[in-house]
Structure formats: C-alpha cells, structure tokens
Design a protein around this ligand. Structure first.
Ligand SMILES: Cc1ncc(COP(=O)(O)O)c(C=O)c1O
Length: 398
C-alpha cells in the first residue's frame, strides 16, 4: 500500500514537471517579458499597437468573396493584385512611380535577405556590413557561412570614403545597409552619400542590399530618397516590410529590384515547390492597402512613437546625464554611448537586478566591439514605463 501511495506522489510530481515543461515550450511570442520587468532592449511593437480590428475586417472580406484562391499555392512573384496595391501605396509614399513588376513578395525583410544570400552568395564569400549593424542580420549571414567586413558609420551613416578604401582591397558580393533610422544607431545615410554609393556599386560590381524597414516611421523631416528610387540599376535592391508598419506576425515584406533581378528570385527552387510567399496574408493586407487603412494606421503609429521618443529623450537627460546620443528622427531606437570605461554586458547583469534590460552594443558589432554602447527601444512600452525603465537604468549605472 505504501508503495502504491509513493507511486501516486511520484506520478503527480511527474505530471507537474510535464506541465511546467509544456508551459515553457508552448511559448506564443518570440519575446516574453516577466511581469514587473521593463526590457528596453525589445524592438517589437507593443501588443496594443497591433491593429487587430483592421486585419480582422479585411480577413472577413476575403472570406466573404467566395473565391478561395488566396488559400491556394500562390503566384511565385506574389499575388499580382496585391503587388499592384502595394505599388500604388509605395508610389504615394515615395513620391515617384513604383511598378508592380519591380516587386517580389517576401516573408518579411528577413525572408528577402535570406533568399538573396541563398541565390547570390556561396559559403566563404565576403560581404560588407555597417559597424554597427542589425544584429539579427548577422545571424542570417552566419547561416550562409559569409565572411563579414565591417565598414564604419558616423552621424551621416555609412562612411563612403572608408567603403571606397576597402573596395580597393576586396570586392564583396554585397553591401548590407540599413540606410534610414538604422537599427541600432537610429542614423540615416545622407543624400550625398546615397548618391555616391549607387555609381560605386556599378563600378565595382557588387550589390547594395538596402534594408529599409523603418522608412515610413519618420517623426520629423522626411528621410532622404529611398534606395527603391535606384532599383532600375541592377545592383541595387531595396527590402521593405509590413512588420514595423502593420504587424510582424503577418510575415509579409517585399523586395524591390530591377526586372531581371526579380526573375532570378522568382525562379528559385523554394518557390517552385512552395509557391509564392504568404498568399493568405497578402490577400488580407491587399484590402488594407486598397481602403487606405494602412496610411491611417501609419499616421497613428508616428504620433505614438514620436511621443515615446520624446519621453525617452527627457528621461535620459534626467536620469543618465552622462550618456551621449543623437536624438533619432524615426524608427525604434536610441543608441546610447556610455562613458569610455563602461562595459555594457557587465552593466546588463547589474541592470537586471533593478528589473530593467537593454541590448548591449557588442551584439550589433560583427567584430565584438561597441562595448560601451547600449540600444534602447521605445516601441514596446508606454511613455510612463519608458521613463520608469530609464530611471531604473540610472540607479543601476550609478
Ligand atoms: C533593420 C531590420 N531589418 C529587418 C528586420 C526584421 O524584419 P521582418 O520582420 O520584416 O523580417 C528588423 C526587425 O527588427 C530590423 O530592425
């Protein structure tokens, strides 16, 4: 009998362990934050900013149409009507005509970037990246076995003189840049440097892959002209995404490039087998593009993020007066330079004791540098939480 009782106790213990394990493995979002913790390292939109109603109404309209084609394998380049609606949206936003033929529908900017690596590089090839750069692009490049050469940046973005000097030594397969409201630095490549870059990539025959996911999130002056304006040049590719202007869970983005480049993407094996990327979400987003819902939503996001940016700036001045940074004019991030002797990774351990987090600069360096920088995001929290988070940082750093 005592054996049976013991068995019962063991059994319930095992069930509890299984439940705990299930809870941890049944995660629903990429990032989970513990209650009470303020993670200013997060670069996601706040859940309350995801436009569920807009998306629900458009999805309902799709199902009401009595045409289930959007649930079929999709056209390789992406649904033509969706590309037409996207081209019209981009033409209005960029201020010059965008043709649907120049657009390829991707699984977010990440999916576009990964496909470009698959089709245009071999393991061991060299590519150039900004220093600092978007840290998760570094993960994609690692998957493809690419060799990374860093090009420095300053307050006007990529230092094109340094790029020219490197080009004298080596020709990369491509240069990856986030030219507008960069992640992590918030900096924007100046118009003058953009104009120098385009002839350079033709002269030295390398691709410019411009990741422009923050282009529409400007809070002050309009940013300089997008690289999409130069995609009649075969070596220029522009990546866009709905992740920052609608919802990342849609996994929807686009590649804009010259027609023969688009044909190279369309012909790949992945699409031959699986069809075009995300036909279902494309159909839903098409409705939101056509009824003007996206433009309205972006206006709301700009107002919200602008206020949060101001809150973060004010809190930094108040609680971290020794920090150095340039106020970003768009995007999601502040890139903060701590005093020279600071090591952000060590400070993160201390910050966590105060229930606050950030992304240490080293993660954005392909060379293990940028130790005294931290990236702070203002997209995930309300202004009051941002202020409280920065106040905690001030306590942790003193
Ligand atoms: C510069 C940059 N590129 C790409 C992405 C990811 O985009 P997507 O969700 O469209 O794959 C992000 C997201 O943080 C980003 O900051």
């Amino acid at each position: 009998m005592s054996v049976a009782k013991n068995f019962q106790i063991d059994n319930s213990f095992v069930i509890q362990v299984i439940l705990i394990l299930m809870k941890t493995s049944l995660q629903t979002a990429q990032i989970q934050v513990h209650p009470g913790f303020i993670d200013l390292g997060i670069g996601d939109p706040q859940l309350s900013l995801l436009p569920t109603e807009l998306i629900r109404q458009s999805a309902e309209a799709c199902f009401a149409q009595n045409d289930p084609t959007f649930l079929q394998y999709g056209a390789e380049q992406g649904n033509g009507y969706f590309r037409l609606a996207l081209a019209k949206f981009l033409s209005r936003g960029y201020g010059f005509p965008v043709e649907p033929e120049s657009l390829f529908v991707s699984s977010g900017a990440s999916g576009g970037l990964d496909l470009i690596c698959t089709l245009f590089t071999q393991p061991g090839d060299t590519i150039f990246v900004e220093e600092p750069t978007y840290f998760l692009a570094l993960r994609i490049f690692a998957d493809h076995g690419l060799r990374l050469v860093p090009i420095p940046t300053d307050e006007d973005g990529l230092v094109v003189d340094a790029l020219e000097a490197k080009l004298a030594e080596i020709r990369p397969k491509f240069l990856y840049i986030v030219p507008t409201f960069q992640n992590p630095s918030g900096q924007t490549l100046s118009q003058e440097r953009r104009e120098r870059l385009v002839p350079l990539c033709q002269e030295h025959d390398f691709l410019v892959v411009a990741d422009e996911v923050y282009h529409f999130l400007s809070y002050g002056l309009q940013p300089p002209e997008t690289f999409a304006a130069h995609t009649s040049v075969r070596n220029v590719i522009s990546l866009g995404s709905f992740s920052k202007i609608l919802a990342p869970g849609l996994r929807l983005g686009w590649v804009q490039a010259e027609a023969s480049r688009i044909r190279q993407l369309v012909k790949c094996g992945l699409l031959d087998s699986g069809g075009g990327m995300n036909p279902f979400t494309s159909a839903v987003v098409r409705g939101i593009l056509e009824n003007g819902g996206l433009e309205k939503h972006i206006l709301g996001l700009r107002a919200t993020y602008h206020a949060r940016l101001a809150a973060m700036d004010a809190a930094l001045r108040r609680y971290l007066p020794g920090a150095r940074y340039t106020i970003p004019q768009g995007g999601y991030f502040f890139w903060v330079r701590l005093p020279e002797e600071a090591d952000a990774e060590e400070l993160l351990t201390k910050a966590k004791e105060f229930k606050v987090g950030f992304r240490p600069g080293i993660r954005f360096s392909s060379q293990g540098r940028m130790r005294q920088y931290i990236r702070l995001g203002f997209s995930f929290y309300e202004s009051e939480e941002i202020e409280e988070g920065v106040r905690r940082l001030g306590q942790a750093f003193c």
